[in-house]
Design a protein around this ligand. Structure first.
Ligand code: SF4
Length: 297
């Protein structure tokens, strides 16, 4: 068994799964939104989205032309072999996936505008490490589209603004974003820590499974209140009006400095690309968000 080859194959497979097929929790949320939508134009948009998803799955082609900027979130067992090689393997996996799937080349040098045409570049793919006990490696591929990324916002609020100020800020961000992040969105809210920590938490919140309440009672209540408030804005599917502006609001928090109250709002479009698998020490692979795509295994 060649563990390094397995990491490469799994990373390519996860990118293929992520861009061609949405995970069941997101598909279910979109189907429920379609059933509940009262606006005719909103219903038409959701029907088109559901048909788009079905067609992409049947043809193994990307759900959206923007296949995103690629991040990997890793939970690495401290005893997983070849940990030091993982970053290099993931970089090569992105280059291979760009050709094989194919993915739109989306990385541009901010000074020269040069595009290496393989979805890599400085700090891309972005790799987020969490070292845990054990000898397995859990990989989440998270390609994120530019439209929803452009509406992510960080605000260093005043501690005196409290939860009321936070709620007003989140709804304000949603209104300003309008149709740009391709609603119905998933909204990640990161609270506390420092500026970088709040946005990091907001991004990680986007990866949480839908339909599962937050284990923290106050955070769960806030998620529910924000979900209700955002869906009253009537921005609706693709910003054309309707009930379904968001599928879910997910909150993550950290303790903060007494003088600081950072709040980050991360948007994810309806095309919520995320795919996760665990590679065990014996080379066995467990796909956690998608059924294996048989043609490619
Ligand atoms: S925001 Fe999402 S759905 Fe809209 S164009 Fe970008 S990737 Fe596609």
């Amino acid at each position: 068994m060649n563990l390094e080859a397995t990491v490469m194959d799994v990373a390519v497979n996860l990118l293929r799964q992520a861009v061609t097929s949405l995970p069941e929790d997101v598909k279910n949320a979109l189907k429920i939104a379609y059933e509940k939508e009262r606006s005719q134009i909103g219903k038409i948009q959701l029907k088109a989205i559901l048909e788009n998803i079905e067609m992409a799955e049947k043809t193994n082609t990307p759900i959206c032309q923007d296949t995103g900027l690629i991040s990997f979130y890793l939970e690495a067992g401290s005893k997983f072999k070849s940990l030091e090689k993982v970053e290099g393997i993931l970089l090569k996996a992105v280059q291979r996936a760009t050709k094989e799937i194919p993915l739109r080349p989306n990385t541009v040098n901010p000074f020269t505008q040069e595009n290496p045409n393989d979805n890599t570049g400085k700090h891309v793919p972005y790799i987020h490490w969490k070292i845990v006990k054990g000898n397995s490696l859990k990989i989440t591929a998270f390609p994120k589209g530019g439209g929803s990324e452009n509406t992510c916002t960080l605000q260093m609020m005043r501690p005196a603004d409290g939860l009321r100020g936070l709620k007003e800020f989140v709804v304000d961000c949603v209104i300003k974003a309008g149709g740009m992040p391709c609603p119905p969105t998933i909204i990640g809210v990161g609270i506390g820590g420092g500026a970088n920590i709040a946005m990091d938490l907001a991004k990680q919140a986007l990866m949480k499974p839908l339909g599962e309440p937050n284990p923290n009672e106050e955070a769960a209540e806030l998620e529910h209140e924000l979900y209700e408030a955002v869906n009253k804005t009537e921005i609706g599917p693709m910003g054309l009006g309707g009930d379904a502006t968001t599928l879910a609001v997910k909150v993550e928090y950290a303790h903060r400095h007494p003088a600081s109250y950072p709040v980050a709002v991360a948007f994810q479009c309806w095309a919520t690309r995320k795919a996760t698998a665990t590679i065990h020490v014996d080379g066995k692979v467990e796909y956690l968000t998608h059924k294996p795509l048989k043609d490619f295994y």
